[in-house]
Design a protein around this ligand. Structure first.
Ligand code: A3P
Length: 285
């Protein structure tokens, strides 16, 4: 099957070109956020879809109707993709917006905004493995060669959406100083989904209790999401994602989660400016 091998470069960062244009990227950088917006920000493969599901459920007080009937990209559209101006411009009321953009590209658009930003980070060792498998099935990303080569590109930051290190540093720094930016990790959610959901719902000023919380937890479990066509990307044509090459909801969980391998906030801080290879990455693929 032919690859959609088109890449847009914007501020020295490459983006999958079939869904990103210079216009859509410019639109994102100058976006007018509203105070009632919830913005989900991630580096790819860090739990974006999971957070889209969690926020949808929280905002709907555990009612799964929306998450079972509307695809995630329609209810929590990507800010930087070609359709965003049309979709976001027409959306009334509180919006859920998703983005993979690094902080520096959104800094001026977010300045002074009260929009609530949720930044999800994931252990890079798991991100790189998940991203490698995603490159195999997503036809809009270059076909990867060996995992070692892929790992080198990841460490150099020459991937779509840029360097993981810069991304995490940029956003977590904001979370430390701004009350409207919440930093949560994939591992936090994996270890304690209930506690994470309570934290997220409190942050969104939409606290859940009783059945609302139980229902939200049930519908954003890995097994429930794996079987939900609105989030498992099986609705996407084979030319875009080839599910015979791998599943979007691949494995879940945190296979490298133990005391010696988990990446803590302290370790984020210890990544020196400009460095891109301070973390020894295992090959668990
Ligand atoms: P794996 O490839 O390691 O399985 P993103 O949505 O940012 O692209 O991230 C996708 C990753 O999140 C995949 O990781 C996917 O399985 C995982 N994921 C999605 N929903 C999840 C859930 N409910 N619980 C745990 N992991 C989930």
């Amino acid at each position: 099957m032919a690859r959609l091998d088109v890449t847009e470069t914007f501020h020295h960062i490459s983006f999958p070109g079939h869904i990103h244009t210079q216009d859509s990227l410019n639109y994102a950088c100058h976006f007018k956020f509203q105070d009632r917006d919830t913005v989900i920000v991630t580096y790819p493969k860090s739990g974006t879809t999971w957070m889209q599901e969690i926020v949808t459920l929280v905002k709907n007080r555990g009612d799964p109707q929306l998450s079972k009937t509307v695809p995630n990209w329609a209810r929590a559209p990507w800010l930087e993709q070609y359709y965003s101006a049309k979709v976001l411009g027409a959306t009334q009321g509180p919006r859920i917006i998703t983005t993979h953009l690094p902080y520096n590209l959104l800094a001026s658009a977010l300045q002074g905004s009260k929009a609530k930003v949720i930044y999800v980070a994931r252990n890079p060792k798991d991100v790189v493995v998940s991203y490698y498998h995603f490159h195999k099935m997503a036809k809009f990303l270059p076909e990867p060669n060996s995992f070692d080569e892929f790992l080198d590109s990841f460490l150099e930051g020459s991937m779509s959406y840029g360097s993981w290190f810069d991304h995490v540093k940029g956003w977590t720094k904001q979370a430390k100083v701004l009350a409207n930016v919440l930093h949560i990790s994939y591992e936090d959610m994996w270890l304690d989904l209930r506690g994470s959901m309570e934290k997220i719902s409190a942050f969104l000023q939409c606290p859940l209790a009783g059945e609302e919380l139980t229902s939200s937890l049930r519908h954003c479990s890995f097994s429930s999401m794996r079987d939900n066509a609105m989030v498992n990307y099986t609705l996407v044509p084979q030319e875009i994602m080839d599910h015979s090459k791998g599943k979007f909801m691949r494995k879940g969980g945190a296979p490298l989660l133990n005391k010696s391998t988990i990446l803590t906030r302290d370790m984020f801080q210890s990544v020196p400016e400009g460095s891109n290879s301070t973390i020894g990455l295992p090959c668990t693929h």
